[in-house]
Design a binder for this molecule. Sequence first.
Ligand SMILES: Nc1nc2c([nH]c(=O)n2[C@H]2C[C@H](O)[C@@H](COP(=O)(O)OP(=O)(O)OP(=O)(O)O)O2)c(=O)[nH]1
Length: 165
Amino acid sequence: MSGFDAVSASRLVVAAAVLDRLERPTTLLCAARSYPPEHAGQFELPGGKVEPAERPEQALARELDEEIGLSARLGPELIPPRDLAVPVPLEGGPGDDAPAWPAMHGFRMRVWLAEPARLGDQGRVGADHLSLEWLSLDPPDRLRRLPWLEADLPVIDALVAALGR
Ligand SMILES: Nc1nc2c([nH]c(=O)n2[C@H]2C[C@H](O)[C@@H](COP(=O)(O)OP(=O)(O)OP(=O)(O)O)O2)c(=O)[nH]1
């Protein structure tokens, strides 16, 4: 789909920090959005909205397959720090059961580390993205300097810290 719909504060988005490998990673998959026009070219972690009655991990597998043709193995969740975390909403769906990162447009976002199920699989660019870049984790400042969606900056900082960079 294209464009951002009107959203309710309870909508949950899931995204993956796809590393070349979970053990001793060297690169991160950074995806340049193709829409909406005001965010085209900005980078995000691939993922998307959780459908009603879907578990977040199931939604993430579906989104990665649909958007970038990647079958991924999930690692640990990247837990937001307490001062940033958006609590579980009262009206959250069945899988919406953990604090999340604040995402754009009132969305809440949960993020998992991941690696391609077939190591070396690069994913493919579909309609949702202009490009997929596998960027080196070193030096981390180069990664931080990408034009990320604004909401992703603390996520990237936390990722870099979690990976010990
Ligand atoms: N996928 C993704 N969405 C993010 C990130 N950061 C962030 O603020 N968002 C926001 C942008 C959108 O408002 C929302 C997710 O939208 P989306 O367009 O990716 O969702 P979708 O794939 O289900 O797309 P659609 O078919 O509903 O357009 O979350 C991120 O790193 N990845």
